[in-house]
Structures are given as structure tokens and as C-alpha cells.
Design a protein around this ligand. Structure first.
Ligand SMILES: Nc1ncnc2c1ncn2[C@@H]1O[C@H](COP(=O)(O)OP(=O)(O)OP(=O)(O)O)[C@@H](O)[C@H]1O
Ligand SMILES: O=P(O)(O)O[C@H]1[C@H](OP(=O)(O)O)[C@@H](OP(=O)(O)O)[C@@H](O)[C@@H](O)[C@@H]1OP(=O)(O)O
Ligand SMILES: [Mg+2]
Ligand SMILES: [Mg+2]
Length: 315
């Protein structure tokens, strides 16, 4: 290993690492070169390209014969490439149309994922529909969606609409557009009239302040714990009035993987349950690259709720 990051710093060589590097070089020399490079065209914002295409990933990919090539999203894709895979997370209408045309004329290219399927996750009204229809119950647990209501009327009519729909306070108010992360918590009927539709109101489910982020990449599943909002009790309900805004909570939340947590709260959802859920959602949504935010209802072992899904999230 080489220590000292700045130019002119003294370089110290770790003999073990140097030997390993030399061995790897030898292996590379004798290993057969990949038959052909796999070209992955990517259309991402510069922020996303930076967070996703880190040097380590590029290096690993190169070793496996995978090359990442930036796509110019303003030019027809047929004039670029050729690509084996197109990886994208841009939302403009012009881009969507270019991509659809390309999909029709290039069925041999894997587009990750079809724009129509992604659109389903970009709207919080349709986002959780498949989880709700799946209504998964097996011997490992149940997976539900919190009761929710889409609101696109005058804010003054929200309390009545909430009563009619049978939703209980507190409610999490989420902007309809999933790219917006300006969420809030409303404890009382009056604060509901201060919200700004269009939005989705979701019953707040107590879950002990820990959530599970389940990442799905094709057949692979990875789960991590993150801190989340704490439980709300009866006292909080009677003592709090107003709208509590909590923008970008998931970005602020630290990983809860190494924390000293109550095991009943921290236990990861059972793997077989996640496998069925991921397989079914992949099939029903037609997506291969997304994540599911899950919580366990506090005081239960096996009742889970899906509260959010994101296309091509930060991994
Ligand atoms: N129904 C709910 N019950 C309890 N807590 C919730 C509920 N919905 C959201 N939360 C809490 O609020 C956080 C943000 O909600 P959500 O994940 O829907 O927002 P988001 O802005 O789409 O997040 P992301 O950055 O993951 O896209 C969750 O991570 C969780 O801590
Ligand atoms: O950059 P992007 O637009 O993809 O931002 C995504 C972000 O990933 P990044 O870390 O790669 O930026 C993710 O963050 P972490 O959960 O990993 O903290 C997550 O918040 C997604 O919900 C965001 O996607 P969006 O909901 O806005 O589409
Ligand atoms: Mg989320
Ligand atoms: Mg989200």
C-alpha cells in the first residue's frame, strides 16, 4: 500500500500489498481477455454520475471487461455507441422520447429500465400499488402498505376527506412527485388544512425508529438498517399541534448497522420474505434497479410495511 496522498510525500511500500499487486498483475497477464467489451452507456446527472460511477466501480468493471461511456442526452442514441446496456436516470420529456424511440429500433440493447415502468415509481399515488395488490402473507410475515389517501383538492377539505377515508392521525404528508422530499407530519385535523396538495397522506406507523432499505439489483438483494423517525405516542398526539416538516430525512439518517439497538427492532426482515417480495415486485413493475423502504410495526415480529420505493437509488 502507498501511504501519503500529497505530491512529494515520502512513499512507504507495504511489502505484502506489493506482492499481492504483483500477483494480480501476473494473473491478469495469463487470464484470458474478455471475449468482447460490454459497453454500458449512461445518462445521469453529473451529481449521480459522481456518486455512482466511483473510481473503484469503474476499476472493477474494467477488470471484468465492462466499459462505461457517457451518453449525450441531446443527440439520438443510434448515432452514439453501440451500447449493450443503457443505464439512465434523467427525467426530461425530450430524453424520454429519444429513449423510447431507441428501445423500439434497438431491441437487442438492454435499457435499464423502461421509462414507462420507472414513471410508476415517480408518482406516490401509483408507487405502492403493486405492493398493496400483492398483499404478501406467508409463514415469514406480512407485507402491507400503510393506509393512504391521495389529495388534490382545497386543503380546507382535507380533514373531512381523512375522516371519510378512515385514516388515523398522525399522518405523513408526502408530495405527489416522488423526486420531491419535502415531507411533513401532521398530528391534528387543523394542521391538515395547512398542507399543500397535491399530496399523498399516509398513516404514520410506529416502528421503533429503525427502517430497512432493501436494494434490488436484478436477482441480487442487499438490506441495510437506517435510523428513522421515532415512535409517536398518545402524549405526543395531544401535546403537538401544527405541521412538522422533515425534509430529506433519509439523507440525514445515519446507518444503524453498528448501533446498540433493541434486537426486536433491529432484526432484519426474514430473507425468504424479501426474496418473494423482490421477485414479485421485479416482475410486476418490470424494473431491475430499485429500492424498497420497509419498516416493522413496533411490537410485532413479522408485520412489515413498505413506505417508499425509489428507482436507481444511491447504493
Ligand atoms: N408511513 C410512515 N410511517 C412511519 N414513518 C414514515 C412513514 N413514511 C415515511 N416515514 C419516515 O419518513 C422518512 C421519509 O419518507 P419517504 O421514504 O417516503 O421519503 P422520501 O423523501 O421519498 O425518501 P427517499 O430519500 O428514501 O426517497 C422515512 O424514511 C421514514 O423515516
Ligand atoms: O442522486 P439521485 O437523484 O439518484 O438521488 C437518490 C439518492 O442517491 P444518491 O446518494 O446517489 O444521490 C438516494 O440517497 P440515499 O438513500 O442513498 O441517501 C435516495 O435519497 C434517493 O431517493 C434519491 O433519488 P430520488 O428519489 O431523488 O430520485
Ligand atoms: Mg425513502
Ligand atoms: Mg423516495
Amino acid at each position: 500500500m502507498v501511504s501519503g496522498g500529497c505530491v512529494g510525500a515520502e512513499v512507504e511500500v507495504d511489502p505484502e500489498a506489493a506482492a499481492a499487486a504483483a500477483a494480480a498483475e501476473r494473473d491478469e497477464a495469463v487470464a484470458p481477455a474478455p471475449a468482447r467489451e460490454l459497453v454500458v452507456g449512461y445518462a445521469l446527472t453529473s451529481k449521480k454520475a459522481k456518486s455512482f460511477l466511483q473510481p473503484k466501480l469503474r476499476g472493477l468493471a474494467r477488470k471484468k471487461g465492462i466499459l462505461f461511456v457517457a451518453i449525450d442526452h441531446k443527440r439520438p442514441l443510434s448515432d452514439q455507441g453501440p451500447f449493450d446496456i443503457v443505464l439512465h436516470k434523467l427525467t426530461g420529456k425530450g430524453w424520454q422520447q429519444l429513449l423510447e424511440e431507441y428501445r423500439e429500433t434497438h431491441p437487442e440493447v438492454t435499457v435499464l429500465d423502461p421509462p414507462g415502468a420507472i414513471a410508476h415509481l415517480l408518482d406516490r399515488q401509483s408507487m405502492l400499488q403493486e405492493v398493496s395488490e400483492l398483499d404478501l402473507t406467508d409463514r415469514y410475515g406480512k407485507v402491507r402498505v400503510p393506509k393512504q389517501l391521495f389529495v388534490n383538492t382545497d386543503a380546507l377539505s382535507i380533514p373531512a376527506a381523512v375522516t371519510t377515508a378512515g385514516l388515523s392521525l398522525p399522518l405523513v404528508a408526502k408530495p405527489l412527485v416522488a423526486k420531491s422530499h419535502e415531507l411533513s407530519l401532521a398530528y391534528d385535523p387543523t394542521s391538515l388544512t395547512k398542507l399543500e396538495p397535491p399530496l399523498v397522506l399516509q398513516e404514520f406507523v410506529n416502528h421503533g425508529g429503525v427502517m430497512f432499505k432493501v436494494y434490488i439489483v436484478g436477482d441480487a438483494i442487499r438490506v441495510v438498517r437506517r435510523f428513522s423517525l421515532p415512535n409517536v405516542d398518545e402524549g405526543d398526539l395531544s401535546n403537538n399541534a401544527g405541521v412538522f416538516r422533515f425534509p430529506r430525512v433519509s439523507c440525514a439518517a445515519a446507518s444503524a448497522d453498528d448501533a446498540d439497538l433493541d434486537p426486536c427492532v433491529a432484526e432484519l426482515p426474514p430473507r425468504p420474505l424479501l426474496e418473494i417480495l423482490a421477485r414479485e415486485l421485479r416482475r410486476r413493475l418490470g424494473l431491475r434497479l430499485f429500492n424498497i423502504d420497509m419498516i416493522r410495526e413496533h411490537g410485532t415480529r413479522d408485520r412489515f410495511y413498505v413506505i417508499d420505493m425509489n428507482y436507481f437509488p444511491g447504493m
